[in-house]
Design a protein around this ligand. Sequence first.
Ligand SMILES: Nc1ncnc2c1ncn2[C@@H]1O[C@H](COP(=O)(O)OP(=O)(O)OP(=O)(O)O)[C@@H](O)[C@H]1O
Length: 600
Amino acid sequence: MESFSNRFDPSSLPDQKPISSTGKRKRDVGKTFFENSGEISSDHLKENGDPVQGKHKAVLQRFKHAKFFLSSSKQEKEIVPLNVNSLEPLPQPLPRASQQLLQIKSNQNTLDWLPKQINYNKNKIKNFKEYTDDNLLDPRILNNLVENNFEKAFSVQTAVLDTLLLDIKKKKLLPDSGNDLLINSPTGSGKTISYLIPIIQYLSTRIIPKLSCIILVPTKPLITQVFDTLIKVSQGINLTITPLNKNSLFADEAVKLRKNVSDIIVSTPGRLVDHLQLKNISLKNLKYLIIDEADRLFNQSFQNWVTVLFNEIEQTNMKINLKTKIQFRVDKIICSSTLFGSLPSLTSIPLFKPKIIVIDNEFDTSSNHESTLTTAGNFSKAVFSLPSNLKEFQFFQNSSNSLFKPLILLKFLIINNFKSHTLIFTKSNDSSSRLARLLQLLAVNYSFDLNIQCINSTLSQFKKQKILDRFSAGEINILVSTDLMARGIDILTIKRVINYDLPMSSREYVHRVGRTSRAGNTGEAITFIFGNGERKWFNRMMKDIIRKPTSKIEIITMDQNTSTLVEADQSTPYDSIVDSNDRQLYKSALEHLQREVAGK
Ligand SMILES: Nc1ncnc2c1ncn2[C@@H]1O[C@H](COP(=O)(O)OP(=O)(O)OP(=O)(O)O)[C@@H](O)[C@H]1O
């Protein structure tokens, strides 16, 4: 351990003493131990007429005495307590905070530093063709869009294309031009195409493949989804697009990445960071970084991906800038339907002159307002909005007893004739598999002929994809899932979402229910609420979501053979749902499950 005397730097002391009005250095108000002990008089502090020198000597002397005293006092029985105040560092002047530091600090509390958003009138949407007419969009891209039935750009697409296509034209001549772009638009509003079209347009005239764009998404099924859309929209442009989601070995993937340079990589942050650290990927030609479902990704700290990736980008750019004297930058496009509201996430990355596009209630064309948010300060408040064609319901049970919850769910499905295109969210992998199996067993007992399956992160990527394809095609009627499915998954045929377990936050609620009612379609979201505790939590979450004054979350009951609306504080009595016959059937299903779990 470092000795006391080594740590002690007497030279730092004298200047720290405040100077009195008479020009003399003030002494400590209380007398020190040494002064009290009478071993050193306070007069020793001034020596040879030079107060600083005198002070040094005095301090050293005091220190020597202290050491001597401590060592000798060890031999004595009685240890005199040392007045530590006399050795405490004297107050230091605070370092002058730089403007930049202050700014970073304030960023962490509010988003006031963001510029004003680009408000966008929902009714002002364009045909994609208008962009080719203005020479901003390659006709091959337009053809691909039209062939896939994308003729009219949705609001978010109009807003993003109006902003980015012009920038891209400029960027060809001035590589250092461009801004970062933040996009907040409801689930199912078409954000994917909004960022893919500009990227493909940028690459449409490229000569040889160079890694120009990285797209980051949170899950492997999303990699496949974004990759598929990229292929559709870039037909005929001959781009090399590499999704890093294959079940192939990491080493094989590394060899491929080193051999064949990709134009675009679609990956999760973890896989990308692994390759970056092994130098399988070079960022020296990177122009665009897209972070989709950004709030979710920024909240994932695995492998410290934000730091690793942004350091790598910065170092690569610094080297190029030194060589070429041109300020190359990577433009970031950051999007989500719940981008704002979680402040630290956006402050964790460097943003260059960010522009912001906020679209709310995309398909609500009844109102002509531009946006409910008008100042950047509002970004820090609740800003989540839902697709306007979504109808929300809650199924409330007074009792928090969840013993019969799976049975009640099955009866709910039967009574409401929810026989297909239904996605059910549970809180964990275990709950999802258990619930799916119980529903399967119960459905047989009730002669409810349904294909009920489960999807969660324990399944291989291949199996997950297969299940998603079958669910999308309607071969699987009811899919029980975890929050794995909550983000980004785009299956237009989903008619309803059931929150069997409550989501953990309003943000996750928005994403879960956003799996239905996509691209202007209608959809239903039903949340099961058991007991007053859950009800309170649900009501609290709902405060974060902006709704039209006319829309409310209706309460439904199972008292009759159809779902019927009742008063807000009513719940369906247990006994009217579960009779003795139900209990018997449920018991036998539970016993069956128990035997399966025990491997009998
Ligand atoms: N211009 C368009 N015309 C018709 N359909 C479109 C258009 N743009 C997108 N779509 C369709 O809308 C659906 C939703 O698009 P997308 O998945 O990009 O939404 P999103 O805003 O990213 O949603 P989330 O936030 O849930 O990820 C997709 O099925 C897509 O094919």
